[in-house]
Design a protein around this ligand. Structure first.
Ligand code: NAD
Ligand code: UDX
Length: 463
């Protein structure tokens, strides 16, 4: 079966870039990305490519090549579903904020709405692809909804989790470590698996396309994120021990990373991991384990989150104690608000939590981030519901110029590892700060010797 029309429901950080790359690599396939959010779709269609709703290096070029040729962004969800042979579901699956499983389970209401919409609209057989990250066994719920339409339409459900990381999404999509496709073990199931594998085979080597049963595929996504986050929490736990003992976490990370069994990646100590995935997916894993009565499994993974929360709190506390036990009325400058460099995404960014702790201590926070807008920063703080919007607004000053942001401040805190921070004129920043001038490097990216020579009191993570 050859696919000629694809629809993707959800034009977010995954749906947008993923479909743009499929369209670019497969000019013979028409790809329509749909979303309920009209502003988002308008931004994807904006002739000014700097206005795309997702910032990713290389994305604008891919969109420029394919958009209008075989890549379309639209709010006409029914029409796109009706026309497509293959429908990707790439909607958000956030942590539940209400009811049973509140704060732990994945909220699947958007997934279910998609399934019901597909069931209502479809007039011919479809392959439905789970692109969103989902709890293991979600495919059976989707199947149950789709199989009860009573109109004879046949559906195949595949799991095809996305492993791209933000900031490197385009490179990750161009050359994935693997593409994972889970399908039913029937002839029809395998036909669907092959149809999707053929789409990827337009640019991904066949030996990197891995096929499994549906449940392995669903569970592999949660497991991959849990393992990655666990590495960050592991090295962050060691960073605290380094600070007590005179060891240096950068050196420890390098030393252990050279062991080929451990490997060098994901061993950078930091102010704590953020992003829309790690916390949500581990909490979900913990919830699933608990729901099967596997309490030891649940506790094991929950510790990754506990450690991460501790690391964020510890960074904020260190600022307070170092600044003579009070930051009340003091200006603290945040360099970076995004959860990592090269993205405008701020979801679960450590910066939000560090700011929240410092605002509780009545600090005045100035923020500079090269890609994050003021409104987003205030929305992130408001979402925590710790204080009123007015209080957040009066405690936070977002500035478009990094030097202005650092002027007259007591301390600079690096929250995101943007490359440009390394090459700033740190002498100029020092000259315009109050003395003693402190730098808290939550990403270990600045040059300690250079900063100390200028006169800064420099505090890194884990040394
Ligand atoms: P997102 O919030 O950026 O985008 C989701 C989009 O879906 C939104 O624009 C929303 O308006 C739209 N939507 C929701 N319900 C809809 C409906 N019924 N009809 C049409 N549109 C609807 O989310 P995201 O970051 O793209 O993540 C999507 C999924 O992919 C999640 O399950 C996430 O866990 C997973 N994932 C994310 C990443 C990542 O790096 N962000 C990586 C791998 C997997
Ligand atoms: C993650 C997974 O890597 C990706 O495969 C999955 O599809 C989505 O979730 P993402 O959250 O976009 O991707 O970025 P990632 O590079 O994994 O970083 C997550 C967080 O961990 C960031 O806040 C990053 O700064 C932090 N991190 C990462 C560290 O603190 N230290 C490290 O060594 C690596």
């Amino acid at each position: 079966m050859k696919i000629s029309k694809i629809c993707c429901i959800g034009a977010g950080y995954v749906g947008g870039p993923t479909m743009a790359v499929i369209a670019q690599k497969c000019p013979h396939i028409q790809v329509t990305v749909v979303d309920l959010n009209e502003a988002r779709i308008a931004a994807w269609n904006d002739s000014d490519l700097s206005k795309l709703p997702v910032y990713e290096p290389g994305l604008a070029d891919v969109v420029a090549e394919a958009r209008g040729r075989n890549l379309f962004f639209s709010t006409e969800v029914d029409k796109a579903i009706d026309e497509a042979e293959m429908i990707f579901i790439s909607v958000n699956t956030p942590t539940k904020t209400y009811g049973i499983g509140k704060g732990m389970a994945a909220d699947l209401k958007y997934i279910e709405l998609c399934a019901r919409q597909i069931a209502r609209v479809a007039r011919d057989n479809k392959i439905v692809v789970e692109k969103s990250t989902l709890p293991v066994r979600t495919a059976s719920a989707i199947k149950s909804i789709l199989d009860h339409t009573g109109n004879g339409v046949q559906f195949q459900i595949l799991s095809n989790p996305e492993f791209l990381a933000e900031g490197t999404a385009i490179d990750d999509l161009f050359a994935p470590d693997r593409v994972l496709i889970g399908g039913e073990d029937s002839a029809e199931g395998q036909k669907a698996v092959n149809a999707l594998a053929d789409v990827y085979a337009n640019w991904v080597p066949k030996d990197k396309i891995l096929t499994t049963n549906v449940w392995s595929s669903e569970l592999s996504k949660l497991t991959a994120n849990a393992f990655l986050a666990q590495r960050v929490s592991s090295i962050n736990s060691i960073s605290e021990l380094c600070e007590k003992t005179g060891a240096n976490v950068n050196e420890v990370g390098k030393a252990i990373g050279l062991d080929s069994r451990i490997g060098p990646k994901f061993l950078k100590a930091s102010v704590g991991f953020g992003g829309s995935c790690f916390q949500k997916d581990i909490l979900n894993l913990v919830y699933i384990a608990k729901s099967y009565g596997l309490n030891e499994v649940a506790d094991y993974w929950e510790q990754v989150i506990i450690m991460n929360d501790h690391q964020k709190r510890r960074f904020a506390k260190n600022i307070i104690t170092t600044l003579y036990n009070t930051v009340s009325g003091k200006k603290i400058t945040f360099l970076g608000w995004a959860f990592k460099k090269d993205t405008n995404d701020t979801r679960e960014s450590a910066a939000i939590y560090v700011a929240d702790y410092l605002l509780n201590e009545q600090a005045n926070i100035a923020v500079f981030d090269p890609k994050v807008e003021e409104q987003q920063i205030l929305t992130d703080l408001d979402y925590l519901d710790t204080r009123s919007s007015e209080e957040n607004k009066s405690g936070v000053d977002v500035t478009a110029d990094p030097y202005q942001a650092c002027k007259d401040s007591h301390a600079v805190a690096v929250l995101t590892e943007w490359d440009e921070f390394k090459t700033y004129d740190w002498q100029k920043i020092y000259d315009n700060m109050l003395k003693p001038a402190f730098v808290f490097d939550g990403r270990n990216i600045l040059n300690k010797e250079e900063l100390q020579k200028i006169g800064f009191i420099y505090k890194a993570i884990g040394s």
